[in-house]
Design a protein around this ligand. Structure first.
Ligand code: NAD
Length: 333
Protein backbone atom coordinates (compact mmCIF):
# COMPACT_ATOMS: atom_id res chain seq x y z
CA UNK A 1 0.00 0.00 0.00
CA UNK A 2 2.83 2.31 0.97
CA UNK A 3 4.48 1.53 -2.36
CA UNK A 4 1.30 2.31 -4.30
CA UNK A 5 0.96 5.60 -2.47
CA UNK A 6 4.53 6.50 -3.27
CA UNK A 7 3.98 5.60 -6.93
CA UNK A 8 0.83 7.67 -7.05
CA UNK A 9 2.69 10.57 -5.51
CA UNK A 10 5.54 10.22 -7.99
CA UNK A 11 3.19 10.03 -10.93
CA UNK A 12 1.41 13.12 -9.62
CA UNK A 13 4.70 14.94 -9.37
CA UNK A 14 5.64 13.86 -12.86
CA UNK A 15 2.32 15.00 -14.19
CA UNK A 16 2.58 18.41 -12.49
CA UNK A 17 4.51 20.12 -15.31
CA UNK A 18 1.99 18.87 -17.86
CA UNK A 19 -0.77 20.58 -15.93
CA UNK A 20 0.94 23.93 -15.95
CA UNK A 21 0.27 26.32 -18.79
CA UNK A 22 2.71 29.17 -18.97
CA UNK A 23 2.50 32.61 -20.54
CA UNK A 24 5.81 34.42 -21.17
CA UNK A 25 5.40 38.17 -21.70
CA UNK A 26 8.38 39.86 -23.36
CA UNK A 27 9.49 36.51 -24.82
CA UNK A 28 11.57 38.07 -27.64
CA UNK A 29 13.92 39.97 -25.33
CA UNK A 30 17.40 39.12 -24.09
CA UNK A 31 16.08 36.94 -21.25
CA UNK A 32 12.73 35.99 -22.79
CA UNK A 33 14.10 33.99 -25.73
CA UNK A 34 16.35 31.80 -23.59
CA UNK A 35 13.83 31.44 -20.78
CA UNK A 36 11.07 30.41 -23.20
CA UNK A 37 13.34 27.81 -24.82
CA UNK A 38 14.33 26.48 -21.37
CA UNK A 39 10.69 26.28 -20.22
CA UNK A 40 9.76 24.45 -23.43
CA UNK A 41 12.32 21.78 -22.51
CA UNK A 42 10.73 21.22 -19.09
CA UNK A 43 7.04 21.60 -19.94
CA UNK A 44 5.01 20.56 -22.94
CA UNK A 45 6.17 23.15 -25.51
CA UNK A 46 2.53 23.58 -26.63
CA UNK A 47 1.76 24.75 -23.08
CA UNK A 48 4.39 27.51 -23.06
CA UNK A 49 2.84 30.45 -24.89
CA UNK A 50 5.38 33.08 -25.96
CA UNK A 51 4.16 36.67 -26.39
CA UNK A 52 5.79 39.99 -27.24
CA UNK A 53 5.11 43.28 -28.99
CA UNK A 54 7.64 42.40 -31.67
CA UNK A 55 7.56 39.75 -34.38
CA UNK A 56 8.47 36.27 -33.21
CA UNK A 57 12.21 35.92 -32.55
CA UNK A 58 13.87 33.60 -35.13
CA UNK A 59 15.16 31.30 -32.35
CA UNK A 60 11.60 30.74 -31.09
CA UNK A 61 10.15 29.89 -34.50
CA UNK A 62 8.82 26.34 -34.67
CA UNK A 63 9.42 25.65 -30.96
CA UNK A 64 5.90 26.41 -29.67
CA UNK A 65 2.94 28.81 -29.83
CA UNK A 66 3.54 32.51 -30.39
CA UNK A 67 1.04 35.38 -29.99
CA UNK A 68 1.67 39.09 -30.53
CA UNK A 69 0.61 40.91 -27.38
CA UNK A 70 0.91 44.43 -26.02
CA UNK A 71 0.85 43.81 -22.28
CA UNK A 72 -0.61 47.32 -21.85
CA UNK A 73 -3.79 45.92 -23.42
CA UNK A 74 -5.27 44.43 -20.25
CA UNK A 75 -8.30 42.97 -21.98
CA UNK A 76 -6.30 41.07 -24.55
CA UNK A 77 -3.98 39.80 -21.83
CA UNK A 78 -6.96 38.60 -19.82
CA UNK A 79 -8.53 36.88 -22.84
CA UNK A 80 -5.23 35.12 -23.60
CA UNK A 81 -4.96 33.87 -20.01
CA UNK A 82 -8.50 32.47 -20.11
CA UNK A 83 -8.32 31.07 -23.65
CA UNK A 84 -5.07 29.20 -23.02
CA UNK A 85 -5.99 28.12 -19.45
CA UNK A 86 -2.83 29.83 -18.21
CA UNK A 87 -1.63 28.87 -14.70
CA UNK A 88 1.69 30.77 -14.55
CA UNK A 89 2.90 34.07 -15.99
CA UNK A 90 6.51 35.12 -16.50
CA UNK A 91 6.30 38.88 -17.01
CA UNK A 92 9.54 40.11 -18.58
CA UNK A 93 8.40 43.09 -20.66
CA UNK A 94 9.88 46.36 -19.42
CA UNK A 95 11.71 49.52 -20.38
CA UNK A 96 15.32 48.98 -19.25
CA UNK A 97 17.63 51.35 -17.36
CA UNK A 98 19.43 53.31 -20.10
CA UNK A 99 16.28 53.59 -22.27
CA UNK A 100 14.22 54.61 -19.23
CA UNK A 101 16.47 57.60 -18.53
CA UNK A 102 15.58 58.93 -22.00
CA UNK A 103 11.84 58.80 -21.26
CA UNK A 104 11.25 58.36 -17.51
CA UNK A 105 7.50 58.97 -17.54
CA UNK A 106 6.95 56.36 -20.25
CA UNK A 107 9.17 53.87 -18.39
CA UNK A 108 7.18 54.38 -15.19
CA UNK A 109 3.90 53.97 -17.04
CA UNK A 110 4.86 50.79 -18.88
CA UNK A 111 6.82 49.12 -16.08
CA UNK A 112 4.17 49.77 -13.44
CA UNK A 113 0.93 49.41 -15.35
CA UNK A 114 1.98 46.17 -17.01
CA UNK A 115 2.85 44.67 -13.62
CA UNK A 116 -0.48 45.75 -12.13
CA UNK A 117 -2.27 44.15 -15.10
CA UNK A 118 -0.45 40.88 -14.51
CA UNK A 119 -0.98 40.88 -10.73
CA UNK A 120 -4.67 41.76 -11.05
CA UNK A 121 -5.28 38.98 -13.58
CA UNK A 122 -3.29 36.55 -11.39
CA UNK A 123 -5.58 37.44 -8.48
CA UNK A 124 -8.81 37.24 -10.50
CA UNK A 125 -7.92 33.98 -12.24
CA UNK A 126 -6.22 32.32 -9.25
CA UNK A 127 -3.00 31.69 -11.15
CA UNK A 128 -0.58 29.27 -9.48
CA UNK A 129 2.47 31.50 -9.81
CA UNK A 130 3.80 34.76 -11.24
CA UNK A 131 7.42 35.60 -12.01
CA UNK A 132 8.55 39.22 -12.37
CA UNK A 133 12.19 40.33 -12.39
CA UNK A 134 13.55 43.20 -10.36
CA UNK A 135 17.10 44.54 -10.59
CA UNK A 136 20.17 45.73 -8.67
CA UNK A 137 18.90 49.19 -9.72
CA UNK A 138 16.60 49.25 -6.65
CA UNK A 139 19.38 50.17 -4.22
CA UNK A 140 20.74 53.62 -5.10
CA UNK A 141 23.58 55.54 -3.49
CA UNK A 142 22.49 55.21 0.16
CA UNK A 143 23.09 51.44 0.26
CA UNK A 144 26.52 49.88 0.94
CA UNK A 145 28.09 49.26 -2.48
CA UNK A 146 30.03 46.14 -1.53
CA UNK A 147 28.16 42.98 -0.59
CA UNK A 148 24.92 44.97 -0.67
CA UNK A 149 22.59 43.22 1.80
CA UNK A 150 19.11 41.91 1.02
CA UNK A 151 17.53 44.40 3.40
CA UNK A 152 19.14 47.83 3.28
CA UNK A 153 18.49 51.44 2.29
CA UNK A 154 16.54 51.50 -0.96
CA UNK A 155 16.81 54.96 -2.51
CA UNK A 156 17.07 54.44 -6.27
CA UNK A 157 17.97 57.53 -8.29
CA UNK A 158 17.03 56.22 -11.75
CA UNK A 159 13.55 56.04 -13.27
CA UNK A 160 14.13 52.33 -13.86
CA UNK A 161 15.21 51.73 -10.25
CA UNK A 162 12.20 53.63 -8.91
CA UNK A 163 9.86 51.49 -11.02
CA UNK A 164 11.58 48.27 -9.90
CA UNK A 165 11.39 49.22 -6.22
CA UNK A 166 7.70 50.10 -6.51
CA UNK A 167 7.17 46.83 -8.39
CA UNK A 168 8.75 44.84 -5.56
CA UNK A 169 6.39 46.49 -3.09
CA UNK A 170 3.39 45.64 -5.30
CA UNK A 171 4.52 42.02 -5.57
CA UNK A 172 4.71 41.69 -1.81
CA UNK A 173 1.39 43.50 -1.44
CA UNK A 174 -0.40 41.07 -3.76
CA UNK A 175 1.13 38.17 -1.90
CA UNK A 176 0.25 39.48 1.55
CA UNK A 177 -3.21 40.78 0.70
CA UNK A 178 -4.45 38.32 -1.92
CA UNK A 179 -2.14 35.32 -1.55
CA UNK A 180 -0.76 35.58 -5.10
CA UNK A 181 2.38 33.41 -5.25
CA UNK A 182 4.59 35.96 -6.95
CA UNK A 183 8.34 35.34 -7.05
CA UNK A 184 11.13 37.65 -8.10
CA UNK A 185 14.90 38.04 -8.49
CA UNK A 186 17.01 41.18 -8.46
CA UNK A 187 19.08 40.30 -11.53
CA UNK A 188 22.56 41.76 -11.88
CA UNK A 189 23.79 42.69 -15.40
CA UNK A 190 23.16 39.69 -17.65
CA UNK A 191 25.63 38.56 -20.28
CA UNK A 192 24.50 36.46 -23.23
CA UNK A 193 25.04 35.89 -26.93
CA UNK A 194 21.75 34.48 -28.28
CA UNK A 195 19.47 37.52 -28.33
CA UNK A 196 20.44 41.19 -28.20
CA UNK A 197 20.27 43.18 -24.97
CA UNK A 198 17.46 45.73 -24.65
CA UNK A 199 19.01 49.03 -23.48
CA UNK A 200 20.52 48.29 -20.06
CA UNK A 201 23.57 49.90 -18.43
CA UNK A 202 25.45 46.59 -18.38
CA UNK A 203 24.95 45.95 -22.13
CA UNK A 204 28.50 47.29 -22.68
CA UNK A 205 29.90 43.93 -21.55
CA UNK A 206 28.12 42.08 -24.37
CA UNK A 207 29.15 44.75 -26.87
CA UNK A 208 32.77 44.36 -25.74
CA UNK A 209 32.68 40.62 -26.47
CA UNK A 210 31.09 41.24 -29.88
CA UNK A 211 33.77 43.82 -30.79
CA UNK A 212 36.55 41.46 -29.68
CA UNK A 213 35.24 38.60 -31.84
CA UNK A 214 34.85 40.91 -34.85
CA UNK A 215 38.39 42.35 -34.34
CA UNK A 216 36.97 45.82 -33.74
CA UNK A 217 38.18 48.42 -31.26
CA UNK A 218 35.59 48.99 -28.53
CA UNK A 219 34.78 52.38 -27.01
CA UNK A 220 33.32 51.72 -23.57
CA UNK A 221 30.50 53.99 -22.26
CA UNK A 222 31.69 53.38 -18.66
CA UNK A 223 35.00 54.37 -17.03
CA UNK A 224 37.62 51.58 -16.74
CA UNK A 225 37.21 51.01 -12.99
CA UNK A 226 33.38 51.00 -12.81
CA UNK A 227 32.66 47.72 -11.09
CA UNK A 228 29.21 46.13 -11.40
CA UNK A 229 27.66 42.77 -10.43
CA UNK A 230 27.15 40.48 -13.42
CA UNK A 231 25.89 37.01 -14.28
CA UNK A 232 26.08 34.70 -17.30
CA UNK A 233 22.68 33.97 -18.86
CA UNK A 234 22.67 30.18 -18.26
CA UNK A 235 22.96 30.89 -14.52
CA UNK A 236 20.19 33.52 -14.67
CA UNK A 237 17.84 31.11 -16.46
CA UNK A 238 18.62 28.32 -14.00
CA UNK A 239 18.11 30.68 -11.02
CA UNK A 240 14.73 31.76 -12.41
CA UNK A 241 13.51 28.22 -12.95
CA UNK A 242 14.90 26.96 -9.62
CA UNK A 243 13.14 29.81 -7.80
CA UNK A 244 9.87 29.06 -9.58
CA UNK A 245 10.11 25.31 -8.97
CA UNK A 246 10.99 25.65 -5.28
CA UNK A 247 8.27 24.49 -2.87
CA UNK A 248 6.25 27.43 -1.52
CA UNK A 249 7.50 26.84 2.03
CA UNK A 250 11.08 27.56 0.88
CA UNK A 251 10.20 31.04 -0.33
CA UNK A 252 10.44 33.55 2.50
CA UNK A 253 10.54 36.65 0.28
CA UNK A 254 7.82 37.71 -2.12
CA UNK A 255 9.33 41.12 -2.85
CA UNK A 256 12.56 40.10 -4.62
CA UNK A 257 15.71 38.06 -3.86
CA UNK A 258 19.25 39.43 -4.17
CA UNK A 259 21.16 37.31 -6.68
CA UNK A 260 24.89 37.29 -7.40
CA UNK A 261 27.49 35.46 -9.46
CA UNK A 262 30.59 37.67 -10.00
CA UNK A 263 31.58 41.29 -10.53
CA UNK A 264 34.07 43.10 -12.74
CA UNK A 265 35.03 46.50 -14.15
CA UNK A 266 35.38 47.22 -17.90
CA UNK A 267 39.19 47.12 -17.53
CA UNK A 268 39.03 43.70 -15.85
CA UNK A 269 36.69 42.33 -18.53
CA UNK A 270 39.00 43.69 -21.25
CA UNK A 271 41.95 41.92 -19.55
CA UNK A 272 39.97 38.65 -19.36
CA UNK A 273 39.13 38.92 -23.07
CA UNK A 274 42.73 39.80 -24.00
CA UNK A 275 43.92 36.44 -22.64
CA UNK A 276 42.17 34.88 -25.64
CA UNK A 277 42.11 37.84 -28.07
CA UNK A 278 45.51 39.49 -27.41
CA UNK A 279 45.04 42.21 -30.00
CA UNK A 280 41.75 43.44 -28.52
CA UNK A 281 41.76 47.24 -28.18
CA UNK A 282 39.57 49.37 -25.92
CA UNK A 283 39.03 53.08 -25.31
CA UNK A 284 36.83 54.78 -22.71
CA UNK A 285 34.22 57.44 -23.40
CA UNK A 286 31.91 57.51 -20.37
CA UNK A 287 28.44 58.89 -21.16
CA UNK A 288 25.19 59.23 -19.19
CA UNK A 289 25.37 55.54 -18.28
CA UNK A 290 28.36 56.26 -16.02
CA UNK A 291 26.09 58.07 -13.58
CA UNK A 292 23.59 55.22 -13.57
CA UNK A 293 26.35 52.69 -12.90
CA UNK A 294 27.80 54.77 -10.06
CA UNK A 295 24.45 54.66 -8.25
CA UNK A 296 24.41 50.84 -8.32
CA UNK A 297 26.15 48.26 -6.08
CA UNK A 298 29.52 46.71 -6.97
CA UNK A 299 28.71 43.32 -5.46
CA UNK A 300 25.69 41.69 -3.87
CA UNK A 301 25.08 39.55 -0.79
CA UNK A 302 22.71 36.83 -1.98
CA UNK A 303 22.89 34.60 1.11
CA UNK A 304 19.11 34.60 1.55
CA UNK A 305 18.61 33.03 -1.91
CA UNK A 306 21.34 30.50 -1.15
CA UNK A 307 19.75 29.63 2.19
CA UNK A 308 16.09 29.56 1.14
CA UNK A 309 16.15 27.66 -2.14
CA UNK A 310 19.78 26.62 -2.56
CA UNK A 311 21.00 29.13 -5.15
CA UNK A 312 24.59 28.63 -6.36
CA UNK A 313 26.07 30.11 -9.55
CA UNK A 314 28.07 27.85 -11.87
CA UNK A 315 29.97 30.42 -13.98
CA UNK A 316 32.71 32.84 -12.92
CA UNK A 317 34.33 35.59 -15.03
CA UNK A 318 36.89 33.19 -16.54
CA UNK A 319 34.49 30.39 -17.52
CA UNK A 320 31.92 32.89 -18.82
CA UNK A 321 34.58 34.62 -20.96
CA UNK A 322 35.69 31.34 -22.55
CA UNK A 323 32.11 30.26 -23.25
CA UNK A 324 31.05 33.67 -24.63
CA UNK A 325 34.03 33.88 -27.00
CA UNK A 326 33.55 30.30 -28.24
CA UNK A 327 29.86 30.77 -28.87
CA UNK A 328 30.18 34.18 -30.53
CA UNK A 329 32.91 32.78 -32.83
CA UNK A 330 30.56 29.96 -33.81
CA UNK A 331 27.62 32.32 -34.39
CA UNK A 332 29.81 34.51 -36.62
CA UNK A 333 30.46 31.56 -39.01
P1 NAD B 1 14.60 43.25 -23.27
O1 NAD B 1 14.41 44.70 -23.49
O2 NAD B 1 15.66 42.53 -24.01
O3 NAD B 1 13.23 42.48 -23.52
C1 NAD B 1 11.99 42.99 -23.13
C2 NAD B 1 10.98 42.53 -24.14
O4 NAD B 1 9.73 43.09 -23.75
C3 NAD B 1 11.28 43.00 -25.56
O5 NAD B 1 11.29 41.91 -26.46
C4 NAD B 1 10.13 43.96 -25.87
O6 NAD B 1 9.71 43.91 -27.23
C5 NAD B 1 9.04 43.47 -24.94
N1 NAD B 1 8.08 44.52 -24.62
C6 NAD B 1 8.30 45.82 -24.36
N2 NAD B 1 7.15 46.46 -24.18
C7 NAD B 1 6.16 45.54 -24.32
C8 NAD B 1 4.75 45.60 -24.27
N3 NAD B 1 4.10 46.75 -24.03
N4 NAD B 1 4.06 44.46 -24.47
C9 NAD B 1 4.70 43.29 -24.72
N5 NAD B 1 6.02 43.18 -24.81
C10 NAD B 1 6.75 44.30 -24.62
O7 NAD B 1 14.79 43.04 -21.68
P2 NAD B 1 15.47 41.81 -20.92
O8 NAD B 1 16.90 42.12 -20.74
O9 NAD B 1 15.06 40.53 -21.53
O10 NAD B 1 14.79 41.99 -19.49
C11 NAD B 1 13.62 41.31 -19.10
C12 NAD B 1 13.29 41.72 -17.67
O11 NAD B 1 14.41 41.48 -16.81
C13 NAD B 1 12.95 43.20 -17.51
O12 NAD B 1 11.96 43.35 -16.52
C14 NAD B 1 14.24 43.79 -17.01
O13 NAD B 1 14.02 44.96 -16.27
C15 NAD B 1 14.77 42.67 -16.15
N6 NAD B 1 16.23 42.75 -15.95
C16 NAD B 1 17.09 42.54 -16.98
C17 NAD B 1 18.47 42.63 -16.77
C18 NAD B 1 19.45 42.40 -17.89
O14 NAD B 1 20.67 42.55 -17.68
N7 NAD B 1 19.02 42.00 -19.08
C19 NAD B 1 18.96 42.94 -15.50
C20 NAD B 1 18.05 43.17 -14.47
C21 NAD B 1 16.69 43.05 -14.69
Amino acid sequence: NKKTNKLQQLSLQNRMPAKERILVIGACGQIGVELTLALRKIYDPQHVIATDLRDEHPLLKGTGPYVTLDVMNREMLHVLVIRHHITQIYHLAAILSATAEKNPALAWHINMQSLIHVLEIAREENLHKVYWPSSIAVFGKGAPRQQTPQHTILEPTTAYGISKLAGERWCEYYHERYGVDVRSLRYPGLISYKSSPGGGTTDYAIEMFQAAVENRKFCCPLAPDTRLPMMYMPDAIRATIELMEAPANRISLHSSYNLHAFHFSPAELAAAIRKYVPKFEICYQPDFRQQIAESWPESIDDSQARQDWGWKPAFDLESMTVDMLQNLQQWKK
